[in-house]
Design a binder for this molecule. Structure first.
Ligand code: TYM
Length: 329
């Protein structure tokens, strides 16, 4: 049996290149490696922890499935499913809550950040977000979880919960490890000290952005003093972030970028960067347009994936219930 890989993305609107380079692109690479049994899901329950419009949710869910398929995830190779369709996720989260001390939960950086961003809506779902995430992972026995750097602390909690549960009830869960990419933390185009994030749309490049929008956004991106194209995250954080986008979008090394732009300035580099992004996204955007025009494909992929995920999850939740003594069978 191949080791299990699990990851998910929230359906909260459009994906940006941080999501793509930190996670989705790697999902496809890892699927194609053929070394893991892959489960990729739409974290729709997690997406309810921020303000949302119920009229938009279904299309946001379909949109992430289209992103998955357009990026290259293949329902024949990977199980692609919707979190809320598998009740075992919520059941396990409720069970794991009893092993998650409030003090540990209060230390979660994402909870603290989001509490600042949505001060009027600091809800229990937001607080419990990492426990549901642990349930998503532990339910499938995942040993690896491809994510961006901002999720590493949540993975640590999943490991802690697994260890604690195993110590008390016998070996039940696998302790999962994160898989990070080189682009594990893409920064905002308008401020290289802040992570690219949907909560700062002005600093995002979205996967659906039209070529002209990409050109404009890249032209407007902040740069550092000086003019040399040199990767130096300490002294040139803004340029280095853009170079990281370039390298990962075009699959080239930093020294190749440096020699291609030797003697040239930021303006030339930005023009080149915009074209690299446009070119890299063109096949994705074309495929996604077609997929969204035939919603049957998305529906079918998800229905098949939900079935496969249920088989694994339902069996595991039964085992867990037996271990904690609430199963009467
Ligand atoms: P979400 O939808 O917020 O983010 C999806 C993925 O994108 C990564 N990411 C980034 N990577 C690099 N640079 C950035 N600026 C950047 N911004 C976001 C995130 O790290 C993430 O990998 N909590 C998860 C969803 C989830 C999940 C899970 C993931 C729910 N349950 C179980 C793995 C396993 C999240 O952050 O989604």
């Amino acid at each position: 049996m191949k080791p299990v890989l699990v990851s998910g993305i929230q359906p909260t609107g459009k994906l940006h290149i941080g999501n793509y380079l930190g996670s989705l692109k790697n999902f496809v690479a890892l699927q194609d490696l053929d070394e893991y049994q892959c489960f990729f899901f739409i974290a729709d329950l997690h997406s309810l922890t921020e303000d949302f419009n119920p009229k938009e949710k279904a299309s946001q869910i379909r949109n992430v499935v289209a992103d998955y398929l357009a990026a290259g995830l293949n329902p024949k190779q990977s199980v692609i499913f919707q979190q809320s369709e598998i009740p075992a996720h919520t059941e396990l989260a409720v069970i794991l809550n009893n092993f998650a001390p409030i003090g540990e939960m209060e230390r979660m950086t994402q909870f603290k950040d989001k509490s600042k961003n949505q001060a009027g809506n600091i809800n229990m779902g937001l607080f419990d977000y990492p426990v549901l995430m642990a349930a998503d992972i532990l339910l499938y026995g995942a040993s690896v979880v491809p994510v961006g750097e901002d999720q590493v602390q949540h993975l640590e909690l999943a490991r802690t919960l697994a260890r604690r549960f195993n110590a008390k009830f016998g070996k039940t869960f696998v302790e999962p490890k994160p898989i990070l990419t080189e682009a594990k933390r893409i920064m905002s185009l308008d401020d290289p000290t802040k992570k690219m994030s949907k909560s700062r749309p002005q600093g995002c490049l979205f996967l659906d952005d039209e070529p002209d929008v990409i050109r404009k956004k890249v032209q407007r991106a902040v740069t550092d003093s000086g003019s040399e194209i040199k990767y130096d995250p300490e002294r040139k954080p803004a340029l280095s972030n853009l170079m990281s986008v370039y390298a990962n979008m075009a699959d080239v090394r930093m020294d190749q970028i440096e020699s291609a732009f030797k003697g040239k300035g930021y303006g030339d580099f930005k023009k080149g960067l915009a074209e690299v992004i446009i070119q890299a996204l063109a096949p994705f955007q074309e495929k996604k347009r077609k997929l969204l025009a035939s919603p049957g494909i998305i529906k079918k992929a998800l229905a098949a994936g939900n079935k496969k995920a249920s088989l694994v999850a339902d069996k595991k939740i039964e085992e867990i219930k037996e271990k904690i003594g609430i199963s009467l069978d």
